[in-house]
Structures are given as C-alpha cells and as structure tokens.
Design a protein around this ligand. Structure first.
Ligand code: SAH
Length: 470
C-alpha cells in the first residue's frame, strides 16, 4: 500500500511554478536542452547540454514537461557568448549559445538518430561521411525576409518573429544575414516614416507593408529588394527606388509582391516590377542561374556548392545516364548533373521556378535538360503510365521540402527501378521515414553525409545514396 502511494507521488514529480536545479543532459530536435527531474524529462529552451541550470516549471504533461531557464548555475563547456544581442528572443537562431563544433556534432547525431529510430537503419552498415561544416557560420544567408510592424512609439520596425509567435523583435543587423541588409532596411523604414506609408498590422489585417524580402547573389553581387504589400500600389514608389539605388548601387531589382490575403503565408502570386528585371542572377560553380522572387533558391551558396558536389558524386554518372531531378526548383541540381549525364528531366510545382529553370538551361547552353511543371507525385506517375511503364531513369534525385515525399511518388520511383537514388533532405525525420519505405522496396542505403546549410539554427541538410539491390 505504502509502495503504491509512493509510486503515485513519483509521477507528479513537479508542478507548475516549481523551481528546480537541473543538469542538462540532452538536446531536443529543436536544439532545446533536456534535463531530468527524478526521471521526468523537462524541455528547457536556451539551456545547453552540459549546463547546470535553475529553472521554473511552466507546463507539465504526462511524460514530459516544459520549464523556463532562470539562471545558468554552471555553464556547459560548449557554451559561448551569442554574437547577436537578440539571439535568445529571436525565432531565427536557436543555437548561437552553442559552440559551432558542438552544433555540427549534434546535427550529425540528429541525422543518425532519425535513421536509427524512424528509419530502422543499422548505421554501422552504412558509410557515414563527416558532416560538412561552414568555414564561417556567420553572414552566410543570401535571403532574408523581415516582417514589418510598429514599435511602442508607433514607428515602423523590421526584424524577426519571436520564437513561436508573430511578435516582431526589431533586428536590422542579423548575424547570419547579409551585411548589406541593414542599410537597405533603414532606407525602406525611413521612407515609410517620412511618407507615412503604413506598416501591416497582422491582427487587424490592415496597413500596407507586410514584409521586406532581400536576396543577394553572393557571386554576382546583384541584390533584389521586394516589398510584400497588402495592396497593389505603393505610394511614392519612384522615390523609394531612387533612395534605394542611391544607398546601394548593387541593387539590380526592386519589386512589389501583392499579398492581400489574411494569411501568414509570406508571398502572394503577383509581382510588380519597380526597377530593373523582376529577378537577379547568381552563380554556383561554373553555372549561372536566374532567380525570381517566387522561386526557391538554396540560402547558403558556399554550402550549396558542396551539397551539389556530393549529390553529383553519389549519382556516380558515367555520361550515358538518364536522370530525373524531382523537386528541382530553378533547375540548379538538374543543370549541375546535366554536364555528366545524357539527359536530365526536372519536375517542380512552382511555375515561375520552372520558367527560371528553362531559361537557366539556355543561359548555360545546356540542351539535354527538360523541365515539367506540376506536383512530382502527379507528374511522374502520369509520365510513367503514358510511357507504358517504360519510363527510363538510371538515377533519381529527390530534394523535397521538409514534409518529404508522398508515398505515391516513392511507389512510382520504385517501379521505375533506377540504379541509384540520391536523396537530398532538409529534414532528417521525413528522410528517415522515406528511406524506410525505399529500403523495404528493394533499395539499400549506402552512404549518408550531413551538410550544414543553416549554422546557428537547428535545421540540418543531408545527402543519402541508395542503390538498387541486385
Ligand atoms: N532542388 C532545388 C529545390 C529544392 S527545395 C534546389 O536545390 O534549389 C524543394 C522544392 O520543391 C521547392 O522548389 C518547392 O517549390 C518544390 N515542391 C514542393 N512541393 C512539391 C511537389 N509536390 N512536387 C514538386 N515540387 C515541389
């Protein structure tokens, strides 16, 4: 009886508002610290593995709870001073307080843990190549999207959302963004103030300027500034163009994107050019690419090159292959591989990206690449049926968004029987799920390599190579 009672009491090891000392022993999928109070796991944002911390319990669930960091009693050996003064509040970075070496190690473990737990992979049977880290994990992003709002004094501000909220924390000199962003933001905000251009107020779905999108071609130096507005016209836009061009002559494209919907999706469909062409160009390796505002383009060019080189290596092309590049965006991987293949087909859901891809093939004098617009899970099965099951693919490249591939697509890929599948992934969880399916259907996972595209954040990219079993 007494024993039973103790057991019952043990379940309620902590209650809301309890203060406790915790040793942080692990890191959660989003980089948060995990400590255990009598075996009960508590997730603590901003606490780092190795820290001894004092926390306050905020929320308890049956098997785990959440606590707030009150004090770092003894810092972890991996703890470093964040460069950015708003790193803790800002939802953009989660790991600035962690040394870069430790970030890389954790990211690699994250991939392997997903492969083991979700994918059922025996990682000892797979060649795991060391994660590719950045030479410097700061100022690497070529694209930033700043939400615009008001501060307490009613002045327009731009910055980032506080984690899990839509509250804006003003920030103009982001440590992972491009250094040229600050002056551009200042110019837009001053223009708004001087000309009484209203910022958008999300809660009330009123006001005009919702976001400022800045994209920088790191190789070409070309900059695009795009204002996302809740309307079709920006008053005095000629003046803004003039002011922007004055502060930075590298600005090659200024445009508006119309988004009048009551939504938290950032971009609308319509682009209104204000200055230059409604796109910029950039290079990865030898190839040049045109990028429209609505098209996806990898945010870290230095690492993208290494990512694509790994994809190329894993594709193991001899020159005679037919390659399908699914989720191809503006055709970056397709064109990268086309130089070593007989024929490349790209499939992508965003029409503007496919327009860019076709243009990019011409721009680089590539004639053996063809592109189709549509959902991969629709286009590929349809082509497969059309061809009477004779659709040829020696190599299939998959590079889906975070949610991974639909089973319907994977099923068709299996029926196409490519010799190799190269899976480029930005989410190890969905990667592991999809690899499980492919491994259960005739493919063997041979190699995996992490690539850090998003230093200071919990996100991690990887490339995997699968081969058709004999
Ligand atoms: N391989 C490209 C793009 C990868 S990002 C590169 O490296 O740049 C993933 C891409 O998949 C995005 O361009 C997105 O628009 C596209 N996408 C999303 N869902 C899709 C679907 N169901 N079918 C095809 N493409 C899709």
């Amino acid at each position: 009886m007494a024993k039973d009672k103790r057991k019952k009491e043990k379940k309620v090891v902590c209650r809301k508002n309890d203060e406790l000392l915790l040793k942080i022993e692990d890191m959660g999928t989003e980089g948060e610290g995990i400590g255990r109070a009598d075996g009960y796991a508590l997730f603590v944002k901003d606490a780092l593995i190795g820290d001894l911390v004092r926390v306050r319990v905020m929320k308890t669930r049956k098997h785990f709870g959440y606590a707030r960091l009150l004090e770092i009693v003894k810092p972890s050996p991996f703890r470093v001073e964040p460069k950015c003064p708003v790193a803790r509040q800002c939802g953009g970075c989660q790991l600035q307080h962690c040394s870069y070496e430790k970030q890389l190690q954790w990211k690699e473990e994250k991939i392997l843990n997903c492969l083991k737990r979700i994918g059922g992979v025996d990682v000892n049977q797979v060649i795991v190549e060391p994660i590719m880290g950045m030479a410097s994990p700061y100022h690497y992003r070529n694209k930033s999207q700043y939400p615009v709002g008001y501060n307490r004094d009613g002045e327009p501000v731009a910055g980032f959302y506080v984690g899990r909220t839509h509250q804006i924390i003003p920030c103009r000199n982001c440590e992972v963004g491009d250094p040229s962003n600050q002056l551009i933001l200042d110019t837009v905000l001053d223009f708004m103030k001087d000309n009484r251009i209203p910022a958008y107020v999300e809660k009330e779905h009123r006001g005009l300027v919702r976001h400022i999108l800045i994209r920088v071609g790191k190789e070409t130096g070309q900059i695009m500034v795009c204002l996302i507005i809740n309307g079709k016209k920006l008053p005095k836009s000629e003046l803004l163009v003039e002011q922007l061009r004055q502060v930075n002559p590298q600005i090659a494209s200024i445009c508006l994107n119309v988004n009048e919907a009551d939504t938290n999706v950032i971009l609308g469909e319509e682009i209104i050019p204000l200055y230059g062409e409604p796109y910029i160009e950039d290079c990865i390796g030898e190839l040049r690419y045109r990028i429209s505002p609505l098209s996806f383009y990898q945010v870290n060019p230095e690492q993208t090159k290494r990512l694509y080189e790994t994809a190329l290596e894993y594709a193991d092309l001899q020159g005679a292959e037919t390659v399908w590049d699914l989720y191809c965006g503006i055709g970056t991987i397709s064109l990268f591989l086309s130089q070593k293949a007989d024929k490349v087909y790209g499939v992508e859901i965003v029409p503007q990206a496919i327009e860019d891809a076709k243009y990019n093939a011409e721009l680089n004098h590539i004639t053996n690449a063809e592109f189709f617009v549509g959902a991969a899970e629709e286009v590929v099965p349809a082509k497969f049926r059309e061809s009477g099951d004779a659709l040829r693919a020696d190599v299939v490249v998959l590079d889906p968004p975070r949610k991974g591939c639909e089973e319907k697509l994977l099923q068709t890929v299996i029926e196409m029987e490519p010799k190799r599948i190269v899976y480029v992934s930005c989410d190890p969880g969905t990667l592991a799920r999809d690899l499980k399916y492919l491994r259960e259907n005739g493919y063997e996972l041979e190699r995996v390599r992490g690539c850090d595209m998003f230093g200071m954040s919990y996100h991690v990219e990887s490339v995997s190579k699968l081969s058709l079993k004999e």
